[in-house]
Design a binder for this molecule. Sequence first.
Ligand code: NAD
Ligand code: LMR
Length: 304
Amino acid sequence: MAKEPVRVLVTGAAGQIGYALVPMIARGIMLGADQPVILHMLDIPPAAEALNGVKMELVDAAFPLLKGCTGVNIAVMVGGFSRKEGMERKDVMSKNVSIYKSQAAAPNYKVLVVANPANTNALILKEFAPSIPEKNITCLTRLDHNRALGQISERLSVPVSDVKNVIIWGNHSSTQYPDVNHAKVQTSSKEKPVQFISTVQQRGAAIIKARKLSSALSAASSACDHIHDWVLGTPEGTFFSMGVYSDGSYNVPSGLIYSFPVTCRNGEWSIVQGLPIDEVSRKKMDLTAEELKEEKDLAYSCLS
Ligand code: NAD
Ligand code: LMR
């Protein structure tokens, strides 16, 4: 029997990530090849014509899984402004956090915040939308996670599918801690995948420098991976990184949206518990938590 369609909202759908993301959703990459989807695409009035162009292209692509629309189950919130060369992600704070405050009327569905500063936008959404269960509000650090997998694969010359369980701790920013201490790599190489932390931390800036635009195809693809694993589950023995509301695990202060290793079952994520944390890691995890606290204060000062 055909499945009931799932309704997916994409904000900022006329932008570059939106343009890469909506065909992936319509093709079944996010929710599966047998899952019909209804797409809601939201943007601001100046982008109306461009958004209509995206809609026309979706019709022209004749995606069999794509249906007509009402109501929403999943929201991928890309809407906002991106940083330019030389800016940090928190430099777009004042414009973007107010968007996430105003969109906090969102009802009870699974939310992935992509727009930067992603962790803090998600926190603002959570704090101004108390009716949404905190477990339903997440932010994208899967892009950093996938970047870490890609770097290890390149450095050790192994297929990316042979690399598992890297962790991105903390903020989707240059203070994030890409941690390989728990990674599993199928390789005979004795070389350790070191010296890659700053490459992963700075990858977003390197892409802006090269493209003069921020990452879009990798961001869209990672957003699909994030929702796919959240809804359909993580493979046995595998975890991935997700920005979620801290419950104090690993002594990360609660009240922050922080990236942790998670597994997913039956549409629910859980933080992987009990991983040993050495002193070097502890310092890096605390540093990125400190930055998130500062961003939270800055966000509230932008909103007041
Ligand atoms: P873009 O400028 O191409 O598109 C953004 C779209 O958002 C535009 O169409 C704009 O009109 C729309 N928009 C602005 N305000 C809005 C509002 N209030 N409601 C709905 N839509 C609104 O930018 P992009 O390259 O698609 O990037 C979008 C965001 O994602 C940026 O903040 C970027 O920094 C961030 N990003 C995050 C990650 C991540 O891993 N978390 C990765 C890449 C980009
Ligand atoms: C990225 O990581 O590519 C995005 O967050 C865009 C940026 O500003 O770096």
